[in-house]
Design a protein around this ligand. Structure first.
Ligand code: FMN
Length: 448
């Protein structure tokens, strides 16, 4: 089902989860508007976008269940499956050019991105048309290992793109190249299967190729092919690939851009990419992610949960589950359930969660029987198992997310709620009310 972008779309269509929009739509806000209205319900497939011949798709995975299905597991198996794949990457398989659909069309001259591709404008104050769903692949020239991430990409000219590259692995490789006075080659891959898309977001040690994590998740090597103008391997069944290089010592204005916290990231001088080639399948499909939609939030949230679970387990081995909730942008709020065996353990779970990522701002720890994916249950635990004088932790002046507007340029406070029941409480004090036999039989047995 999730072998390629197209097989996944076929699967969505067969299961009535693909809304086909035949009406002519504008690139400016209209694709974003309709896709957002369908967010969490159905993927959208726009067949007629202005005068373009290329259709646009959005929302291919916008629920936790969608990702679980793509990974061939259930909701509760997602984190362990992802964690195992991150620990044991599997090399990709290099196809030759004739075998790779993404080589059906190769364009090396007269590249004009806005003429070629239906690249939308998503939010009111965005500085222009943005590619939001491109896997950004670069290679470490020393180890030859590739690195994959996603970056917001502003169309700044016919073959020019402005990018936000935060200081992580891609940035590190770019700075090394820039210090040597060289450009860093890159490929931007649009329209891949949901497993590879999710793998691109893995938090890995430097030097791990996220395409190899996709291979591990798929249970067989991902098929890749070498680019035309750069020394980079890209998924062979991708819809569209842009090849290019990040220029050294060049910075130009990029932004503002509507970001995952539902605020704008600011305009400033950023890195510039020059595109040297475009390759695509016959009848290619363009793919866009509406920023701050469930697809965007979950893509970041699920790999973060995998990493968070590992961090908490090192300190509190009885951790049962972790959840980075969409209301907390799948980045800022962590809910952790534990089987408490020792007093004080919930506080240690709070410290471990806060130490996992500077993005995590508020942590709630509950007992194992609280369903932490049901936010009404979480609120109930805060309401009935928490006392501020005893169970509240606050830390001032810590590093947080620069995209959280309530911080001072990323510096702010952290907070933890211990909502676990004291081990020495009276048995009846915290006994949940229950109706015997509630989960047996069907309501239909009682009403017609
Ligand atoms: N990270 C950025 O640095 N800049 C971005 O503009 C950006 N946009 C993203 C958009 C989407 C839809 C998603 C899902 C993620 C985005 N990210 C962005 C996060 C990175 O892709 C992610 O943290 C990745 O794991 C970083 O990989 P690296 O550490 O290997 O470089």
């Amino acid at each position: 089902k999730a072998r390629t972008f197209r097989t996944w779309l076929e699967h969505l269509q067969l299961t009535d989860r693909l809304a086909v929009i035949d009406r002519n739509v504008s690139l400016q806000y209209e694709i974003a508007k309709v896709a957002k209205k369908l967010d969490g319900k159905k993927a959208s497939y726009f067949t007629q976008v202005e005068d373009y011949t290329i259709p646009v798709v959005s929302g291919i995975c916008s629920t936790r269940e969608d990702f679980a299905e793509a990974l061939e597991t259930d909701q509760y198996g997602v984190i362990s499956k992802f964690t195992e794949a991150v620990a044991s990457p599997v090399p990709c398989r290099l196809l030759n050019k004739q075998q790779a659909p993404v080589k059906e069309n190769i364009i090396l001259e007269n590249i004009d991105l806005m003429k070629m591709l239906p690249i939308p404008v998503h939010h009111e104050e965005d500085s222009g048309n943005y590619i939001t769903a491109g896997l950004f692949i670069v290679r470490d020239p020393v180890t030859r290992k590739q690195n994959v991430s996603i970056h917001r990409l502003q169309i700044s000219g016919k073959n020019k793109i402005g990018a936000l590259i935060l200081p992580r692995h891609t940035f590190h490789l770019y700075k090394q190249a820039e210090e040597a006075g060289r450009p860093l080659e890159c490929a931007i891959v649009i329209g891949v299967d949901p497993v590879t898309l999710l793998a691109s977001q893995a938090s890995t040690p430097f030097g791990v190729d996220e395409l190899e994590i996709s291979s591990a998740l798929r249970g067989e090597p991902l098929e890749v092919v070498r680019c035309e103008t750069v020394d980079i391997d890209v998924p062979a069944y991708a819809e569209i690939v842009l090849e290019g290089k990040i220029l050294p010592h060049v910075r130009e204005p990029e932004g503002p851009f509507g970001e995952f916290p539902k605020y704008y990231g600011p305009r400033s001088d950023k890195e510039v990419i020059e595109i040297t080639a475009v390759t695509h399948r016959n009848n290619p499909i363009f793919y866009t992610i509406v920023p701050a939609g469930y697809e965007h939030l979950l893509l970041g949230g699920i790999p973060r949960e995998a990493s968070l679970f590992q961090s908490v387990r090192q300190t509190v081995p009885s951790v049962k589950a972790v959840h980075m909730s969409p209301g907390g942008t799948c980045r800022y709020h962590a809910i952790v359930s534990i089987k408490k065996r020792n007093d004080g353990e919930a506080k240690n779970a709070i410290f471990a969660a806060l130490a996992n990522s500077f993005d995590i701002k508020h942590v709630v720890v509950t007992d194992e029987e609280v369903d932490i994916f049901n936010m009404e249950e979480v609120e109930w635990a805060i309401a009935t198992r928490f006392q501020a004088d005893r169970d509240f932790v606050v830390i001032h002046e810590a590093q947080g997310s620069k995209l959280d507007p309530s911080t001072r340029d990323g510096v702010g406070s952290k907070m933890g709620f211990d909502c676990t029941v004291p081990l020495n409480s009276e048995p009846m004090q915290y006994l949940r009310i229950q109706i015997p036999g509630y989960n047996e039989g069907n309501l239909e047995d009682y009403i017609n």
